[in-house]
Unconditional design. Structure first.
Length: 196
């Protein structure tokens, strides 16, 4: 997949393992096989839901999901953690914005393996573009999905840097390189549109 060549090379130079897939089905099959028999946690992710991966893992792994009754702590204590990102720069920076902060915390420390599943249109040419995307595309859509009473959720057009008590943008994490507090850290790139 030629469109991933630059970002793959830059991520690998920053210490990440990278795999690329043409379809969501291929990516889900790869991760299902790789994670079978393991204990896996995850944060909220439309990408993982649309991939169909969570349903597959329920059949072959121990899955801790707050959307299925598990606690954030159970997901955080799992040896393996799954996430996506809100923006990925072709230069190699991974950007996430979070409200509860369970998801961003789990991507930087404490797990034996962390996997980021990233679709093609989360890519931006550089760090500034990826940050803009995270704030002005992903965050308003997530606030709307979660039925938050924030300007971005109501208008759906951009970040207003609001002071709403329901604001979901409370922490910003940028991974410039693979964290030393994580074992294996892999970015799974999917050449289809998934999530926000």
């Amino acid at each position: 997949m030629e469109q991933f060549t630059k970002v793959k090379n830059n991520l690998e130079q920053r210490g990440f393992d990278v795999t690329c897939f043409a379809t969501r089905e291929e990516a889900a099959a790869y991760l299902t096989k790789k994670l079978a028999g393991k204990t896996v946690g995850h944060g909220g992710s439309v990408t993982l839901q649309e991939l169909g991966l969570l349903d597959k893992l329920k059949e072959c792994a121990t899955l801790y999901s707050h959307t299925a009754g598990a606690t954030f702590a159970q997901a955080a204590e799992a040896p393996v953690y799954l996430s996506s990102v809100n923006g990925l720069a072709e230069t190699g920076e991974l950007i996430n914005i979070d409200g509860t902060c369970n998801r961003v915390a789990s991507t930087v420390f404490g797990h034996e393996e962390v996997y980021f599943v990233v679709r093609r249109n989360k890519l931006a040419p550089d760090y500034e573009g990826a940050l803009w995307r995270a704030r002005n595309i992903a965050s308003p859509k997530n606030a709307h999905r979660l039925h938050k009473n924030t300007p971005c959720a109501v208008k759906g057009d951009k970040c207003y840097d609001c002071s709403s008590p329901e604001r979901i943008c409370r922490a910003l994490v940028v991974l410039w390189e693979k964290p030393t507090g994580v074992g294996r850290c892999e970015v799974v790139l999917v050449d289809q549109d998934l999530g926000y």
